[in-house]
Design a protein around this ligand. Structure first.
Ligand code: FPP
Length: 255
């Protein structure tokens, strides 16, 4: 991991890295990327310009996370509720994964990033799904940072789908109700194989979870910032990680 951390750990002229201890980097960071629309509005620009600049912030966050040695980065890209937005905006959002991957995939592959996607594939336009699935397939063998896009994702739907699977196993006689454990439930969620987020970041000043990773955030540290997502850069990630490192995690026990 140390090798992956950028040389600024050692740079005396950089104020930021010293705030961070390299042996307590959150393994999994999840981000609710909020405020694209308000950022654009503040500048008198259409909302889609905010989303486009939000895409650029995804790149900055990915690189910063990789250089910090974060292993999993989950980005709330499109929720199951975002379909309620005007069609033009939804169409634009559905083109962003394609555009992002067309521009960034080569560099992500060079960085050994593994791309994952969680959410309902049904309902996604075929061009969005194909771009994502191609990237997932192309990077499946990479063992660097896992960049996990939550796309057409909702926490309640995820839990409901997991419960349906468990119910079907009970109906088929392969499982007894009393055999259900938290681990078994986890194994039926879309985050199967990923650790729970250690740190949740939400931008734009809103302080809510918005149906994101409802099961997995049970013991995550939460960090909120007033800045809008398109402004997010490596300094903000450093601030969030530095704050994370000042927290004491007790998981209901005593420190
Ligand atoms: C919420 O902000 C943001 C979204 C619903 C979309 C998030 C998507 C991106 C940041 C770009 C995705 C990038 C890739 C690589 C696929 P909002 O627009 O609802 O903000 P508002 O509350 O200010 O209106």
């Amino acid at each position: 991991m140390i090798k992956r951390i950028r040389s600024w750990w050692m740079q005396k002229d950089s104020p930021k890295p010293m705030d961070i201890t390299k042996d307590n980097i959150p393994e999994h960071v999840a981000i609710i990327m909020d405020g694209n629309g308000r950022w654009a509005k503040r500048l008198g620009l259409p909302r889609i310009v905010g989303h486009h600049n939000g895409m650029k912030a995804v790149k900055r966050a990915t690189i910063a996370a990789d250089e910090l040695g974060i292993k999993y980065l989950t980005m709330y890209t499109f929720s199951t509720e975002n379909w309620k937005r005007p069609k033009d905006e939804v169409d634009f959002l559905m083109r962003l994964p394609q555009e992002f991957l067309a521009i960034e995939l080569d560099e992500l592959i060079e960085r050994n990033v593994q791309i994952r996607m969680m959410g309902d594939k049904e309902g996604l336009p075929s061009h969005t799904l194909k771009a994502m699935e191609d990237a997932v397939q192309l990077t499946a063998g990479n063992d660097g940072l896992v960049l996990n896009f939550a796309l057409n994702y909702g926490g309640r739907k995820e839990i409901t789908d997991g419960m349906i699977l468990l119910g079907q196993e009970i109906e088929a006689g392969r499982l007894k109700a009393e055999d259900i454990t938290p681990t078994l439930i986890e194994n039926h969620l879309k985050t199967y194989g990923l650790p729970d987020p250690d740190l949740l970041i939400r931008t734009s000043g809103e302080m809510r979870i918005s149906n994101f990773m409802l099961w997995q955030l049970a013991y995550s540290e939460l960090w909120f910032t007033d800045i809008y997502w398109p402004e997010f850069n490596e300094d903000h990630l450093h601030d969030a990680v530095a704050e994370y490192q000042r927290r004491t995690r007790r998981y209901g026990g005593l420190s």
